[in-house]
Design a protein around this ligand. Sequence first.
Ligand SMILES: C[S@@+](CC[C@H](N)C(=O)[O-])C[C@H]1O[C@@H](n2cnc3c(N)ncnc32)[C@H](O)[C@@H]1O
Length: 188
Amino acid sequence: MKVIDSDMPDEHYWNSLFDIPLVIRWLGMKCVAGPIVEVGCGYGTFTIPVAKETGNQVLAFDIDPDMIKKARNNVQHAGLANVQFYLRDVIDSGTGLEPSSAGMVLLFNILHFDERRILLEEASRILRPSGVAAVIHWRKDIETPCGPEVSMRPDQDIILASIRGLDLHFKGTCGILEPYHWGMQLIK
Ligand SMILES: C[S@@+](CC[C@H](N)C(=O)[O-])C[C@H]1O[C@@H](n2cnc3c(N)ncnc32)[C@H](O)[C@@H]1O
């Protein structure tokens, strides 16, 4: 199942909507042990800076063959050898990764659908103990130039309700990622 409202606008426009270095600093990846998994990598907007910053293996999943092709191209241009791509519907089929194998899971701009717990459950399953699921999404408190319908956007409380009973715990790092996003980190 493709997440509603998850088609991407023009690549340069999309990339201009984030303060990417701020997001990378917020992730704080120095101590991440193991591969970093990205669910719904899109153009590779975050795949590439994450792969550059860490040197860890980055396993990037997307349901859309065009996105995989573009992101792969971007990774090649960046000269990175530590990114692997998977064309896969992660909602219907999961990641197929081993349990407790990932150091971090990125769920960026993808949790705006009612069954979001499916992806959070998969994150919990594949994360190693002390691994982190990082969520970022569009703010609802301001007007944004892009993003899914406001009523579908999650916020911190919605994510906390969605992880009830899972082995994921709020790390206490939730904040505004100017200009248009917010983020929270969940630790296993
Ligand atoms: C709004 S884009 C966000 C891309 C990237 N995370 C970012 O923030 O730049 C959402 C991406 O998730 C992908 N996607 C949607 N449903 C998916 C699914 N079921 N499995 C894997 N990827 C999916 C879309 O194809 C799209 O590339």
